[in-house]
Design a protein around this ligand. Structure first.
Ligand SMILES: Cc1cc2nc3c(=O)[nH]c(=O)nc-3n(C[C@H](O)[C@H](O)[C@H](O)COP(=O)(O)OP(=O)(O)OC[C@H]3O[C@@H](n4cnc5c(N)ncnc54)[C@H](O)[C@@H]3O)c2cc1C
Length: 500
């Protein structure tokens, strides 16, 4: 007799709940697991979330879903990176593209030799060597094509989509694979007397839902992981002080950009995310440094078109659950923690949680070693994303009380080490399963005006003329390839226009 998990109850049908349902239904087909998802239309979902990062493309492919179909049905556009306006100081702009930039020379990486020549004013901006950055600046997009030895081979992209429509898409996919959906509110959660494991949830109509494994996707409230299991929450507002957001869609005024734009504001920042049918906007801010009315005025004064509805107000506490997996309950999505959306990481962290859960998938013995390892990875990855966000806030010369406060936030040891390594010889360390690649750190460090004192000594082993030729060639090839790419709107019209 096997000890397999026989039933999974997913509580919550937002993006997290349906991503989990779709993944379990697709990737656990032969265990005969009964998968049930409970959601309440009356409670609804958080109703925001539009920008993703490149691994979302793998998520879609692994489900065996047609990417163009997802794009059509969620009104999605393509994203090549993030443009940062006014972050370092008013009037400044830098771009954080996805994907690789340039290529190495023997054992010396591109960032290493580029940095030496850039510090000597002999190389141009980092962005000029990235196909993503150049294409985004020109409003272009195309998927990678087989073109050996050109950057067209490696175009790296993500999507901007309406996360609620994505959840709806995954719902019909999951139901097609046998996931059962129950509409209604969970009234209470019952625990086993001895083990403290979750035994069942009881719905408002009295129905009792039992399962071996519970997935808490109930959003900020953390109905199971916190409400019932009291896993505890680490408040990270000392590092990431923004605690409110206003989100509002508006009419589009021109063709969609192939990137997310984020603009620093007096006490936070504003996003602009183009979808096919509208533009998503939001203002993330710190309530200690601006009022809700002022934040709303700032948002509404900086839209590219007419607001389509009243802004939606959200409150949050950045941080993470002490244990995302506790006993027979795994929290995914907002119930597991929240890091503000500056680098579009929330949906990705759901995806990571699902992937890790599949890797450490339990049986009914719920081995503590599996649970501990899952929590350790989750803790590490959440922490490194926090560091990356903290970098944006602390390394800035912006004026004003909020930004002065941010400049004085004590760095985490892990971020301090990264900055020290960079300041000495421009080195960037990527540890273990850290999400952001060295290129991302480099773009943001340079963009936020961090300057190393020197460069890696081994770069001097390269022939100067060869480096110069290489830099010129890469830049020219990137330019030429970007010029050959279609405009973003034309690519969408041809391949994946919404409503077609
Ligand atoms: C301002 C803001 C901007 C964001 N922008 C981005 C972004 O650009 N990119 C990104 O990746 N992420 C972003 N996010 C995060 C993203 O929105 C979430 O990670 C994602 O939507 C997942 O939410 P969720 O499914 O965990 O929770 P929710 O969407 O809140 O879903 C919770 C579900 O639980 C159900 N539920 C709750 N209580 C009960 C109950 N008692 N009984 C039955 N059902 C119940 C609800 O009905 C709902 O179905 C943003 C978040 C915020 C706050």
């Amino acid at each position: 007799m096997t000890n397999h998990i026989r039933s999974i109850a997913i509580i919550g049908g937002g993006t997290a709940g349906w991503m989990a349902a779709a993944s379990f239904a697709k990737h656990l087909p032969h265990l005969g697991i009964d998968i049930r998802l409970v959601e309440s239309e009356q409670i609804g979902t958080v109703g925001v979330g539009e920008a993703t990062i490149p691994p979302i493309i793998d998520f879609i492919r692994l489900l065996g879903i047609d990417e163009n179909d997802v794009i059509r049905k969620t009104g999605a556009t393509f994203k090549l990176g993030i443009g940062y306006r006014d972050w370092t100081r008013e009037g400044d702009y830098y771009f954080h593209p996805f994907g690789p930039t340039g290529f190495g020379m023997g054992p010396i990486s591109f960032p290493s030799y580029w940095l030496k020549y850039w510090l000597q004013n002999k190389a141009s901006r980092l962005e000029d060597y990235s196909i993503q950055a150049v294409a985004a600046a020109d409003g272009r997009f195309m998927r990678p094509v087989h073109a050996p030895n050109t950057p067209l081979n490696k175009i790296t992209y993500a999507l901007h989509f309406d996360a609620s429509l994505f959840a709806r898409y995954l719902r019909s996919f999951s139901e097609g694979l046998g996931v059962k959906r129950t509409e209604g509110k969970v009234r209470s959660v019952e625990l086993h007397n001895e083990s403290g494991f979750i035994d069942s949830v009881t719905m408002e109509d009295g129905e009792v839902i039992k399962a071996d494994l519970f997935i808490d996707c109930s959003g900020f409230r953390g109905l199971l992981i916190e409400g019932a299991l009291k896993a505890g929450y680490q408040d990270w507002t000392n590092w990431l002080p923004c605690d409110r957001a206003l989100a509002v869609p508006c009419e589009r005024s021109g063709p969609p950009q192939s990137y997310t734009e984020v603009t620093a504001r007096k006490a936070g920042w504003q996003w602009r995310i183009p979808l096919q049918h509208r533009t998503g906007n939001g203002h993330v801010y710190c309530s200690g440094f601006t009022s809700d009315d002022e934040a709303r005025d700032t948002l509404l004064a900086n839209l590219e078109g007419k607001a389509l509805v009243d802004p939606l107000a959200l409150r949050f506490t950045t941080g993470r659950r002490n244990k995302a997996w506790h006993k027979n309950c795994v929290a995914l999505g907002l119930s597991s923690g929240f890091l503000e959306p500056l680098e579009s990481t929330s949906i990705h962290l759901i995806q990571r949680g699902i992937a890790m859960l599949l890797k450490f998938f339990p049986d009914r013995s719920f081995e503590q070693a599996d649970i501990d390892r899952y929590n350790k990875i989750f803790e590490f990855e959440f922490g490194r994303v926090r560091d990356f966000l903290l970098l944006h806030y602390t390394q800035t010369e912006r004026q004003g009380a909020f930004w002065e406060h941010c400049r004085n936030i004590p760095l985490t040891d892990s971020l301090q080490e990264k900055i020290d390594l960079f300041r000495s010889h421009g080195r960037i360390l990527r540890e273990d399963t850290e999400l952001f690649p060295t290129g991302s750190w480099l773009y943001v460090m340079i963009g936020q005006a961090l300057r190393p004192r020197g460069y890696e000594p081994t770069v001097d082993t390269l022939d100067q003329q060869a480096v110069k030729t290489n830099l010129d060639d890469i830049r020219a090839v990137v330019r030429k390839c970007a010029d050959a790419m279609p405009m973003h709107q034309d690519f969408i019209d041809k391949n994946c226009r919404a409503g077609n």
